[in-house]
Structures are given as structure tokens and as C-alpha cells.
Design a protein around this ligand. Structure first.
Ligand code: BTN
Length: 324
């Protein structure tokens, strides 16, 4: 935003209950009335709703839903207006030797990434797209997988507590509201054969999207906190709240592993008791989900009563969906 845009905006924000004339703005800022008009035009293009009345001037009617950059930077969060992917940004921070618990948040991702090489649609003004860089100390690669599950359990618990939204989890990383996907987690490792040096946990959450913000193809599968809660949410406050909860949880995970999160997971799990097909690196298996183990593996009982421990992969319902 240019300096004049900033000043005009500040003036309009201070006088939101009345109209401010163009000549007042031009005198106050020492710019011509034509320049005021030009800046008003570019503020409108940024999403500010500014009413104009002949002989009365301008009034700020509504602000766009933007993340509050100044507030985020005060908390040492790396903010980007637009970036390819916050997970990639966190990876660059790792290479630059940034400390653990470095957070990256973007208003928009141009190449947001989902699990298993999928893309993740991340438009501006509606969702939360963020990643955190973690330096776990001593952690074996095999012990890192349940971190995604712990993050999902923390998020579900936080949404229930703070926003009264019954967020549920579908193993291993889908965040589900009333049977539709509200978000997901992409955890990536930077590691040697026997030691994880960094973990990057990326979280994508649909927050203020309206039904029409989702493309017709995914409308029946996706939802947002606004659609479920019937109101909009302040994304900056929400992010800072989730950041605090996740940080506390990650410290706990590195001290005690997944076990302390298992009860939270079980409370929010929509997988247990369902007939599912699990697709994993070694093939696929059908069965009934009967729970998860203390180290986060999905327990699947097949028709012969054999229990499979599925550590990696994804599941799809054999019948019905994952509605709670
Ligand atoms: C999934 O369900 O497939 C996981 C989606 C994870 C998306 C988030 S958005 C922030 C972070 N940056 C990315 O590129 N992806 C994750």
C-alpha cells in the first residue's frame, strides 16, 4: 500500500461515522483532489468499500477481510501477502538456520500443496494458510508420523473449545466439519537416514469462505468455519490462538510422544467403526477401522479378523461418508 493510500485510509477509519470531503483529504495530506480520487480508486481495488456522495465526500463502509500484517509481525510471524507455498518458505527458513517455532503465514498461496502431490487451493481473503518450522532435537523419522495426528487433535480440540465448532478428524490429516473437509495438514521432514533435523507442519483451514467461494466441483465436499458457525471469524486472532495451542502441543509431543494426545484424538475421530479402504505404500486393504495405536497407526480389522497397523497412506469410505 502506498503512503498516500495509508494516510487516506487512516483518515477514513477515524471518521467512519461521517463523510470526509475530498478537499479536506487533499488539504490534510498535501495532495491534489485528483490524486485523492486516484488513491480512493486503488483502495477500492484492494477491497475497501468506500462510498462517495456528491458535495459530501467519502466514507469507509467496509474493510476487506485481510490478515493483520503489523500484528503478526509483532509476534515474529513471517507474513507474506502472496507466496508459492508456506511450507516451501519454511523450508527456506530451515536452510537459513532459522530457529525452531518459526511461523510463516500467507494471505494467498500461489502453489499451495496438499498431501500426496495434490495441489491446495489457497485464495486470499478467506482461509488460513500457515506453516511452522520445528527442530525436534533427537527424533527418528519413524517417530515423526504421529505429529500430524497430534496437530489434528490439537486443532479439533481448539475449535471446539474456543469457537464451539465440532471439528472432527479423519485419519490421518483431514479436518472435517459436518461430514465435509474444512482443512488439512501437510507435514514434511528434512532428515538424515536416522535423524529428523527439521519438521515442517503446514496447515490449511477454510475459515470465511461462502458456499459460492468453492468451485462447483468441490462444493459438496468442502466447508468452512463460517458455513458451519453461521458467522465470520477474525482470521488474525484465530491464527494467533491456534499458534499458541499448537506450540504448547508440539513441546508436549517432543517430551512425551503421541500418547497424551490419544484421548483428544479419540474424542474427535470420525474414522472408528467405519468400513474403509486404506491405500498405503504397499497396496490397499479393506476393513473396519477399530481405532489407532499409541504410536498413531490406524488399526483396521479385515473380514478374517486380522488387525492391520496402517502407518502411512489414506482412507476412503467403503459406503457412506464421514459425517458425524
Ligand atoms: C491436505 O489435506 O492434503 C493437506 C493440505 C495442507 C495445506 C497447507 S496450506 C499451508 C501449507 N502450505 C502448503 O503448501 N500446504 C500446507
Amino acid at each position: 500500500m502506498t503512503k498516500s493510500e495509508d494516510l487516506i485510509l487512516a483518515e477514513l477509519k477515524n471518521n467512519q461515522d461521517k463523510y470526509t470531503s475530498g478537499s479536506e483529504l487533499s488539504r490534510g495530506l498535501g495532495i491534489s483532489r485528483a490524486a485523492v480520487w486516484k488513491q480512493i480508486g486503488s483502495l477500492r481495488r484492494r477491497g475497501y468499500e468506500i462510498q462517495a456522495r456528491t458535495n459530501r465526500g467519502y466514507r469507509l463502509a467496509a474493510e476487506p477481510d485481510c490478515l493483520d500484517r503489523a500484528r503478526l509481525e509483532k509476534e515474529q510471524v513471517h507474513y507474506y501477502r502472496a507466496i508459492d507455498s508456506t511450507n516451501l518458505a519454511a523450508r527456506i527458513l530451515a536452510a537459513e538456520m532459522a530457529p525452531g517455532y518459526s511461523w510463516v503465514v500467507a494471505e494467498e498461496q500461489l502453489r499451495g500443496r496438499g498431501r500426496l502431490g495434490r495441489s491446495w487451493h489457497s485464495p486470499p481473503g478467506s482461509g488460513l494458510w500457515f506453516s511452522v518450522l520445528l527442530r525436534p532435537g533427537k527424533l527418528l523419522p519413524a517417530a515423526a508420523a504421529p505429529l500430524t495426528l497430534a496437530a489434528a487433535a490439537i486443532l479439533a480440540d481448539s475449535f471446539k473449545d474456543q469457537y464451539d465448532l465440532p471439528l472432527k478428524i479423519k485419519w490421518p490429516n483431514d479436518l472435517i466439519l459436518h461430514g465435509k473437509k474444512m482443512g488439512g495438514i501437510l507435514t514434511e521432514l528434512i532428515c538424515e537416514l536416522d535423524m529428523v533435523s527439521c519438521l515442517i507442519v503446514g496447515v490449511g483451514l477454510n475459515i470465511n469462505q461462502k458456499q459460492t467461494d468453492f468451485s462447483p466441483g468441490i462444493r459438496s465436499l468442502a466447508t468452512s468455519a463460517r458455513l458451519a458457525g453461521g458467522r465470520g471469524f477474525n482470521r488474525t486472532e484465530m491464527f494467533l490462538f491456534l499458534k499458541k495451542r499448537l506450540e504448547e502441543g508440539f513441546h508436549r509431543f517432543f517430551e512425551s510422544g503421541f500418547a497424551p494426545f490419544q484421548p483428544l484424538w479419540e474424542k474427535a475421530d470420525v474414522t472408528v467403526g467405519r468400513e474403509v479402504r486404506a491405500t498405503h505404500p504397499g497396496g490397499s486393504v479393506r476393513g473396519t477401522a477399530i481405532g489407532i495405536s499409541a504410536d498413531g497407526a490406524l488399526l483396521l480389522e479385515d473380514s478374517r479378523g486380522r488387525v492391520h497397523h496402517i502407518r502411512y497412506g489414506e482412507i476412503s469410505p467403503e459406503k457412506g461418508g464421514f459425517a458425524d
